[in-house]
Ligand binder design. Structure first.
Ligand code: AR6
Length: 176
């Protein structure tokens, strides 16, 4: 049952003991603000050193590193789209972040993974729309061949939490 594999929680993603946490990075993969800054601070300098060797990452793609001082074993760095007006491929690029992250998770036999609300901070993606894309894309992947047993959507505010709860209701429970 897919609904049991998806959990929405409010909290700080850097604190989670899961196989992998996902970072909302930028194309340089060399750190920044928001959740990216928090992950680099909590992981320590080893993370940045490994990221330097990755040669960046394209928007919509993902790359994996170790978790260093984080409780998580792995960090999957993905680059969300910067929101412009919704007519520049933003939805598909955001969906691709979730797909590519979950593909990497499968390659590394990751069973538990936590996502932040990619692109909804500095990158300005409308958060309710982003939550529906996140939940819909993860649902599709979980319906296929995957190693994933549990996906956490980690929300940094009550408002974000409510957006995800609503998206889960609509998409997984088929309720308006
Ligand atoms: N745990 C969970 N979620 C968090 C945390 C945390 N510790 N901190 C922030 N968030 P953002 P973006 C939420 O701006 O929009 C960076 O500088 C936050 O409230 O981190 O994809 C990168 O280097 C929001 O809901 O990522 C890029 O340059 C969500 O995480 C750029 O920002 C995403 O906000 C990426 O922008």
């Amino acid at each position: 049952m897919i609904p049991g594999k998806i959990a929405v929680i409010e909290g700080d993603i850097t604190q989670l003991t899961v196989d992998a946490i996902v970072n909302a990075a930028n194309t340089s993969l060399l750190g920044g603000g928001g959740v990216d800054g928090a992950i680099h601070r909590a992981a320590g300098p080893g993370l940045l050193a490994e990221c330097r060797g990755l040669n960046g990452c394209k928007t919509g793609d993902a790359k994996i590193t170790q978790g260093y001082n984080l409780p998580a074993d792995w960090v999957i760095h993905t680059v969300g789209p910067v929101w412009r007006d919704g007519n520049h491929g933003e939805d598909a690029l955001l969906a691709s972040c979730y797909y590519r992250s979950l593909e990497l998770a499968k390659d590394y036999q990751i069973r538990t993974i936590a996502f932040p609300a990619i692109s909804t901070g500095a990158y300005g993606f409308p958060p309710e729309r982003a939550a529906r894309i996140a939940v819909g894309t993860v649902k599709q992947v979980l319906e296929g061949n995957t190693t994933i047993e549990q996906v956490f959507f980690v929300c940094f505010s009550k408002l974000s939490y409510n957006h995800y709860r609503q998206a889960v209701q609509e998409i997984l429970m088929n309720k308006e």
